[in-house]
Each structure stands twice: as C-alpha cells, then as structure tokens.
Design a protein around this ligand. Structure first.
Ligand code: SF4
Length: 94
C-alpha cells in the first residue's frame, strides 16, 4: 500500500461483515426530514440517497460507524447503534 492511494481506494480494502439486522434505521415518518437529506452529501461512505419523491433512504452495507449521521440527524430521526458483535467494518488502512 502506498501514500498516493485516494480515499475510495483506501475504503475499498476495508472489510464489512453484515449483521442480522440494520444497525441504523430511519424512524418511520422521518424520511423527508431535511437533516436526512443533508446526509447524501455528508456520509463519508455515500450510503444515503434521496428518491424523486424526496424520501431519503439508507443502506448500512459499507457503514464506517463514524457516527456522523447520528450527530447530524439526532436520535429523533435515526435509530442508531453499533453493529452486533462480530459484524460491521474492519479497517485495513488506518
Ligand atoms: S455512521 Fe458514518 S458511515 Fe455510517 S451511515 Fe452514518 S455517516 Fe455514513
């Protein structure tokens, strides 16, 4: 591994083990919350997207467990927890 790797390449060497259930969930009725829409630009793993109808969705596969979405959106919008033991991200490059 060299010093010139870009972020995408560095993230590509991480390993993600899926859990039995999503560890982050959008609370029902909060899909149009403007704080969630900001996450499409903020989430470092690019896991948030907004539909043409303006509803935000999330996939947790590839989550870096950084907690940024929890801080930006709050627990009234997101149900947030770390993945169950043995699941989640394993960093390979810092
Ligand atoms: S914890 Fe970090 S990487 Fe995971 S969904 Fe939230 S902002 Fe994205």
């Amino acid at each position: 591994m060299n010093e010139t790797m870009d972020l995408k390449a560095k993230l590509g060497v991480d390993v993600f083990k899926p859990g039995n259930a999503a560890h982050i969930k959008i609370r029902p009725g909060k899909e149009r919350d403007p704080r969630l829409q900001k996450m499409t630009m903020i989430c470092p793993a690019g896991l948030y997207s907004v539909s043409e109808q303006g509803e935000t969705s999330l996939t947790v596969d590839g989550c870096l467990e950084c907690g940024t979405c929890r801080l930006v959106c709050g627990t009234d919008v997101l149900e947030w927890a770390y993945p169950e033991g043995g699941a989640g991200v394993q960093f390979r490059f810092g």
